[in-house]
Design a protein around this ligand. Structure first.
Ligand code: C5P
Length: 236
């Protein structure tokens, strides 16, 4: 498992202060959402890399458009030299394949591409009205399309992670929000998983936001999360 921190604070200054507090940890993933990216742009990404060149950036922009427009955007994202970004699986297999083809020339430097399956804000009924299938069934179908189109993984709930790997592949990555490392307050998340459960469900990238940035000492919190992840890995 590799820890991903959601930089969800309301201003660039606050997000950068959080990143600075975590600068001693190499190889953390930093999730930058579209609020931050729209407002603070490329300069924000550059500043993050200046704080720690080993931070890996997950640009959470959830692309959805016609295939060529998505591929154009994907290419611009690759030029930003971020390590990971995402697209909506519901854009369709042709769009996903077009994105991956466009990124082929980047070789080893190609950012990882994840597909969003079902947004967790949907309830079952609302979801059925759009997709005419249940969330679990459709999320698995979307994951399969993403796998076949050559993407690196999906964004999904920790509770779907193992089933998705079973129908795709062990190495098809799962990035899962809604992680409460030690069972902290769920906030507005419907279903949350702690690190033990995430590990059991074979989650590759647990995403943690509020439990870290709302802690009075985010650096100490991240240290305890990394220690716990190390302990779990050793026991498995
Ligand atoms: O604060 P918390 O740990 O709940 O943050 C989770 C992060 O993951 C937030 O950035 C949230 O927008 C994002 N996210 C989510 N559920 C999804 C997709 C993204 O919570 N299905």
């Amino acid at each position: 498992m590799e820890l991903c921190i959601a930089l969800d604070l309301p201003s660039a200054a606050e997000n950068l202060k959080l990143a600075e507090a975590l600068a001693d940890y190499d190889r953390l993933w930093m999730k930058v959402g579209f609020r931050t990216y729209i407002r603070d742009g490329r300069a924000f990404l550059d500043t993050l890399k200046n704080i720690n060149p080993h931070f890996r950036i997950f640009l959470d922009l959830k692309l959805y458009d016609i295939p060529n427009t998505m591929a154009d955007a994907a290419q611009e994202i690759a030029e930003l030299q971020v390590e990971m970004f995402n697209v909506h699986a519901s854009a369709g297999e042709r769009a996903l394949r077009t994105v991956m083809e466009r990124l082929t020339p980047y070789g080893e430097r190609r950012p990882k591409v994840l597909a969003v399956t079902a947004l967790t804000s949907f309830d079952e009924e609302e979801f059925r009205r759009i997709y005419e299938k249940g969330i679990d069934e459709k999320a698995q179908q979307f994951a399969k399309i993403a796998y076949e189109a050559g993407l690196d993984g999906v964004v999904c709930s920790a509770f779907e992670s193992r089933a998705i790997k079973e129908i795709t592949g062990e190495n098809f990555a799962t990035l899962c929000p809604g992680i409460r490392p030690f069972g902290e307050d769920a906030g507005d998340q419907q279903r949350v998983a702690d690190l033990e459960l995430a590990a059991r469900e074979k989650v590759d990238y647990p995403v943690v936001g509020r439990p870290v940035y709302r802690d009075s000492d985010p650096a100490a919190k991240v240290r305890s999360i990394l220690e716990e992840m190390g302990r779990i890995a050793k026991n498995n």
